[in-house]
Ligand binder design. Sequence first.
Ligand code: ATR
Length: 296
Amino acid sequence: MNQQARKVVLLAHPAGHSLSPDMQNAAFRAAGLAGRYEALDVPPEALEGAVNDLRGEGYLGANVTVPHKEAVKGLVDALTEAAVAIGAVNTIYKEDGRLIGHNTDGAGFLMGLRELFEADATRAVAGALEGQTALILGAGGAARAVIYALAGAGARVLVANRDAQRAARLAAELSSHGLPVAAAQVPEALSGGVELLVNCTSVGMRGGPAEGELPLLGAAELGKLREGAAVVDIVYRPAVTPLLAAAAALGFLTQNGLPMLVMQGALAFEAWTGVDAPVRVMREALASRIAGGGTS
Ligand code: ATR
């Protein structure tokens, strides 16, 4: 890594209490790099200037979060295929002096999922998603990244949302990219057989409007997942959401949103530095920060 270029910033508004500085600064230290990661509060009118600043030698790149993930697409020099398909940028890295807008959320989700499958002796990891049906709850930005990743890994994806029109629009758009995605209602999807359920809504999140609730389905419906199914919640606080508690009680494999959070960060770190991410250290930094307070 160029020792002159060593700062990464998070473009956010408000900068809030992001967990990424803890995770990324721990990664720089563990990798022995002189990098520094800092959250910046960038109001929309200052976004263009903040992106242009990244062209300076002192910067390795950036993370991008609410509310800039879409606006930044028009300010970088090129977009990766993932950023185009997901329709949002969460990472900016530099290549030959050009700013590349990328998105590591989908690939990060998939890496987290592989960890879950590896832990289960009954599942073959290679091709684990090939030909399987995944039901995604939610149709926002997080759902979009997860659907893109799962469909790209060979799963057939059904998407259900409180606002069914939004699910239909999302499915139509991703289908137009050639991905096997269809909108569905939860009961019909379950009766067709579902091997993987992913909650991409904010339901169940601590401090959220639907804290303590299950997203779009009841425990009885959860029992209609195929035997051996996996249930993933992208919510990570609480660590065991109501959905995950209900799924575990029914004997399904479960995983919360922490692996996705770690892995999207690890992939971003690798894009900025060209160095393997110290994933274990990053996970520990996040876990201790979550235990102590703070938001995403
Ligand atoms: P993100 O980018 O994090 O995905 P988002 O675009 O605001 O955020 O999407 C939030 C998702 O949570 C949406 O699917 C939303 O459903 P609607 O599209 O119907 O609004 C879902 N969601 C939020 N609160 C919900 C609730 N109480 N019940 C069901 N779904 C909810």
